[in-house]
Design a protein around this ligand. Structure first.
Ligand code: KE4
Length: 426
């Protein structure tokens, strides 16, 4: 008897909260039944009923060269033969850390973790340990993983499911985090004038990807750099999503701003579990075992994840001159095509995009912060999402997420998605 997605979802919800291991996958803001994915290759994913979708989620960012890239699979398969985890240093970790240091302008050292959340939690603890201060400033709609200090006015799944400030976070912890609107430098300056000497860090997504895609206003990142320097706080660039996505030097290379600490994830692990905290030696050596600030992980630097990360970063480094211009051209084609199709539908919308990372909002725009992103028409988004899904196009099941293109998206694939948008009944 044929097992449907609904059957799987019903079974999953018996043994997994909401049937998913990460809330945004549950289609909470768009309704309907999540697709259970059997396999993926190139720019396509295939569900358990055999239906294929052109994928613009890319596992939320890692798949910049497409799913199941042969070089990455081969690297994992080769590493697999030697075992899955040793809990001891390996040569390959030196290679990955060296690649990160080479590619990330603000990095002289890197500490590997198993997720972006671990990376941001560790970066904030490092900043607090270095400065001896407790406060953290973040931006409404930015998401830095599910660490307690960051689940205050958070984006992504937290915003999607209506709990931007999660229950379970002690008030004493939440009170250490101050939240201001993204791109509001005056609000940052006011905060820092008032409490700057108690602020350990300002943490920011240099291009926000968890309230849809929102770009830094001209001077915003420069202003954060100046404020941190002036008040002795550390500037943390959370590049878990933008790292190696918006350019070979990540957002800090693109915008020419050097943060004090950088967090990475997604692409750096080649689609395997991985996060990174990186920065200058003077700061990174404050981490145990050299310094006193503790940070650890059983599977940190896991051989399979590191093999995948080395493979993907090496491909991006060696092919950067071809890859990033090609991604830009693909994204331009997509944006122009979807825009034209939506204009023909008479649907009010606006785009934000940096390279192959984009956000589409059903509002006239501009969208420069979370409140403007929240004003977009969620009902149109719901119809848009399901219409595309039906047509074999997979986008993020939330308006508070970014979309991604890969090198595996051909012009034909992009044109197929444009045709799907044109044919929607919105
Ligand atoms: P993870 O712990 O999910 O690996 O990384 C957390 C994180 C930190 N910083 C930024 C800027 C991030 O975008 C993320 C995770 N991104 C979401 C997608 N918006 C992951 C998807 C999910 O939660 O399932």
């Amino acid at each position: 008897m044929k097992v449907t997605q609904q059957d799987l979802f019903d079974r999953a919800r018996q043994v997994i909260p909401g049937g998913v291991n990460s809330p945004v996958r549950a289609y909470g803001s768009v309704g309907g039944t999540p697709r259970f994915i059997d396999s993926a290759s190139g720019c396509r994913i295939r569900d358990t009923e055999g239906k294929q979708y052109i994928d613009f989620v890319g596992s939320w960012g890692p798949m910049i060269l497409g799913h199941a890239h042969p070089v990455i699979l081969e690297a994992i398969e080769k590493a697999l033969k030697d075992g899955t985890s040793f809990g001891a240093p390996t040569t390959r970790e030196i290679e990955l850390a060296s690649l990160i240091v080479d590619l990330v302008p603000g990095a002289e050292m890197a500490r590997l973790t198993s997720s972006g959340t671990e990376a941001t939690m560790s970066a904030l603890r490092l900043a607090r340990g270095i400065t001896g201060r407790d406060l953290c400033l973040k931006f409404e709609g930015c998401y830095h993983g599910h660490g307690d200090s960051f689940l205050v006015a958070a984006g992504s799944g937290a915003a999607t499911h209506g709990h931007p400030s999660s229950p379970g976070v002690p008030e004493a912890i939440a009170n250490l985090t101050t939240v201001v609107p993204y791109n509001d430098l005056a609000a940052v300056q006011n905060c820092m004038e008032e409490m700057g000497e108690r602020v350990a860090a300002i943490i920011v997504e240099p291009v926000a990807g968890n309230m849809g895609c929102v770009l830094p206003a001209p001077g915003f990142l420069e202003g954060l750099r100046e404020q941190c320097t002036r008040h002795g706080a550390l500037l943390i660039f959370d590049e878990v999503m933008t790292g190696f996505r918006v350019g070979p030097g990540s957002a800090q290379g693109l915008y020419g701003i050097e943060p004090d600490l950088t967090t990475l994830g997604k692409i750096v692990g080649g689609g395997m579990p991985m996060g990174v905290v990186c920065g200058p030696t003077s700061k990174m050596e404050q981490l145990s075992p050299v310094g006193p600030i503790y940070q650890a992980g059983t599977l940190s630097g896991n051989p399979l994840s590191v093999a995948a990360g080395v493979a993907l970063l090496s491909l991006l480094k060696d092919g950067a001159e071809q890859i990033y211009p090609a991604l830009e051209a693909k994204a331009e084609r997509l944006q122009a095509g979807w825009k034209s199709a939506l204009d023909q539908h008479g649907i009010e919308h606006c785009w934000n995009r940096v390279g192959s990372m984009f956000g589409l909002f059903f509002t006239a725009g501009p969208v420069t912060n979370f409140s403007e992103a929240s004003a977009a028409d969620s009902q149109v988004f719901r119809r848009f999402f399901h219409g595309l899904l039906e047509a074999g196009i997979s986008i993020a099941p939330s308006p508070f997420e970014a979309g991604f293109l890969s090198m595996a998206h051909s012009d034909d694939d992009i044109d197929q998605s444009i045709e799907a948008v044109s044919s929607l009944q919105l």
